[in-house]
Design a protein around this ligand. Sequence first.
Ligand SMILES: [Zn+2]
Length: 249
Amino acid sequence: MKKQLELLFRLQSIDSNIQRSETLQRQFEEEVKKLQAELDSEGQKSSDVKQEVDELVKKHREYEAVLKVLEDQKNKVQEKMMAIKTNKEYTAAQHEIASIDQSIGKQEDEIILTMDAIENAKELISGAEAALQQAQQRFDDKKKQAATELSNYLADIEKQKGERETLQQEIKPDMLRAYQQIFKARKGIAVVLADNEHCFGCSMKIPSQLYNEVVRGDQLHTCPHCRRILYVDRSAVDEGQQLACDQSG
Ligand SMILES: [Zn+2]
């Protein structure tokens, strides 16, 4: 019986490890997903700001082209003025030049504004690229961690799962059934340590007589409070007895 309880305790420890590993793996996947979302968002920001610069550069080129057309127009009017004979025609040409100058002034203002906007957006590009690089680094680091630490850990868990198979064959069917029922009902903890007349599953006191029976380990006992299988760590008990013998002797 002692051996059976020991096997159950080992089974519990493996099951707890498996549960922990599943939680850890889930957390890990969530972190990777979060970092992936961050990376996507930084990538989007970076490409948005680059697109903004491209559009501004295009606008700038268009303004320059319009400016060139206006300047050509102005030159033509000025050439025409050389040949003008009447005051009326001269005044009309002057009006025309004034109007073109106004348009040129507007285009020049637009060009200055666009160039400022391009400068500003270019500064944003370097910021966005740095942020993108950092996000990529965080993502890569997490992936690297998955490839090393996590996969080593999971490989060990796989080994434990193998051991679990063997254990299950060594445990008597009725014991295994009891374990499985409590495991299900008690959120994955079916076997708990008992020490010093206390249950480690619920921290409650165990009646002395029951505790002594648990220590003897001749039978399967459950905690009267949390209904979990009680287990006394034999190595600690034996050591204690050894110590007591040594002291008395
Ligand atoms: Zn308990």
